[in-house]
Design a protein around this ligand. Structure first.
Ligand code: CUA
Length: 408
């Protein structure tokens, strides 16, 4: 009995010690402790302004909190119930009531004024600093209604949220937006340069947030949000999509790599070359695997009573492999297709849209989804890079599977 009880109390002590150690290590961990009370700062002037504003409000709130709680505790102790004491009965005190009403109003007016003064430096971009990218060329502007720095020049980058990554499109020298350099997941920017961002989404709501570079901004389909930053230190600034956007939300990282101006210029050149090379390779692959278009003598509508001689693939199409590609490429996440058991409604219902269509049409719909848009759907939603991400065999299997699955 006695030893049993001692055992229990010792175990309890050990448990509380372990819990205590865990709490201490969590609080002391630099990551958990960094800016525990106030927003992160140090990356960009607007982030610093947000931090300063937060600290001013926190200081005012702390003074009020200490005053109110102090008066409360003082009264609790001083006027606590004692034998033989009769509480005074007080009915209203006009001066006191006017005092705390006016006092509270004055505090709110002060906070509102300070906020509006600070808001300017949070919202409005400032000029690039000496040593920043010379953004004198007008082609740097992709955005029309973006608030601009006083001297009017900034590097405007398009930030596009998609399940589950960010795509960054950089300005170039011409007005054709189709040939601009872009990157995924990591944005590269020059130091001391004001960078304005056009934030959008092409599917669901995401949220752009690099804490050290300023506030959160929603990425909403069909709407463009604007913000800016100006990084003054080289390095990598990390963030995360801050809006639950689906299964992969936790993996939707974002980072901004700040480099010197010459490094940025060299990177843009190299990135453009990489994109050109990849596009060329993809085009060559597409040519190698071109599906022959149906000839005029064989109407694809199939209304002729005499069956057209089969000129398609001699071997029976491997529809099982195509079904597997349909699943692994994630087609079912957006499209309804009975043969694959998918019921998603983001893209066209393939049982209808591809009904009776030939291999050439289906192939084009996959590798160049913007070529023909089904009624009621918008351009630019389906990823345009399946021609690159799928191998030739995968693409052929997928097309064969879809032809078979949607045959009339
Ligand atoms: Cu995108 Cu969460």
């Amino acid at each position: 009995m006695g030893s049993d009880r001692r055992h229990t109390s010792r175990r309890r002590l050990l448990t509380s010690l372990l819990l205590g150690a865990l709490a201490v290590s969590l609080v002391v961990a630099p990551g958990a402790f960094a800016d525990a009370l106030t927003p992160e700062s140090g990356g960009s002037p607007n982030a610093d302004s947000i931090d300063t504003l937060y600290k001013i409000v926190l200081a005012v709130a702390a003074v009020i909190f200490v005053g109110v709680e102090g008066a409360l505790i003082y009264s609790l102790v001083k006027f606590r119930a004692r034998k033989g004491r009769v509480a005074a009965q007080i009915h209203g005190n006009t001066n006191l009531e006017i005092g705390w009403t006016v006092g509270a109003a004055v505090i709110l007016v002060i906070l509102a004024t300070v906020t509006f003064i600070k808001l300017d430096s949070i919202k409005n971009p400032i000029d690039s600093r000496p040593g920043g990218l010379n953004t004198a060329s007008g082609a740097q502007f992709a955005s029309v209604d973006q608030p601009t720095p006083p001297k009017g020049k900034a590097l405007n980058i398009d930030v596009n949220g998609q399940q589950y990554l960010w795509r960054f499109t950089y300005p170039d020298k011409d007005t054709n937006a189709q040939n601009n350099p872009y990157s995924y997941e990591e944005m590269v920017v020059p130091i001391n340069t004001t960078v304005t961002l056009d934030i959008r989404s092409q599917d669901v709501a995401h949220s752009w947030w690099i804490p050290k570079l300023g506030g959160k901004f929603d990425a909403i389909p069909g709407y463009t949000n604007k913000t800016w930053f100006q990084a003054r230190k080289l390095g990598i600034y990390r963030g995360q999509c801050a809006e639950l956007c689906g299964r992969g939300h936790a993996n939707m990282f974002a980072s901004v790599r700040v480099v010197t101006v010459p490094q940025y210029q060299a990177w843009i050149v190299a990135q453009t070359e990489r994109i050109t090379a990849a596009n060329k390779a993809a085009a060559a692959d597409r040519d190698k695997y071109a599906v022959p278009a149906p000839t005029a003598s064989q109407p694809s509508t199939g209304t002729s009573t005499t069956p057209a001689p089969s000129t398609t693939t001699p071997a029976a199409p491997n529809t099982d492999a195509g079904k597997a590609v349909f699943a692994s490429a994630g087609c079912g996440a957006c499209h309804t297709l009975k043969a694959a058991g998918s019921t998603a409604k983001i893209g066209p219902d393939l049982d209808q849209a591809l009904s009776g269509k030939d291999a050439a049409f289906i192939n084009t719909s996959i590798v160049n989804p913007n070529a023909e848009i089904a009624p009621g759907f918008t351009k630019g939603v389906m990823p345009p890079n399946f021609g690159q991400t799928l191998s030739k065999t995968q693409l052929k299997d997928l097309v064969d599977f879809l032809v078979a699955a949607t045959k009339k």
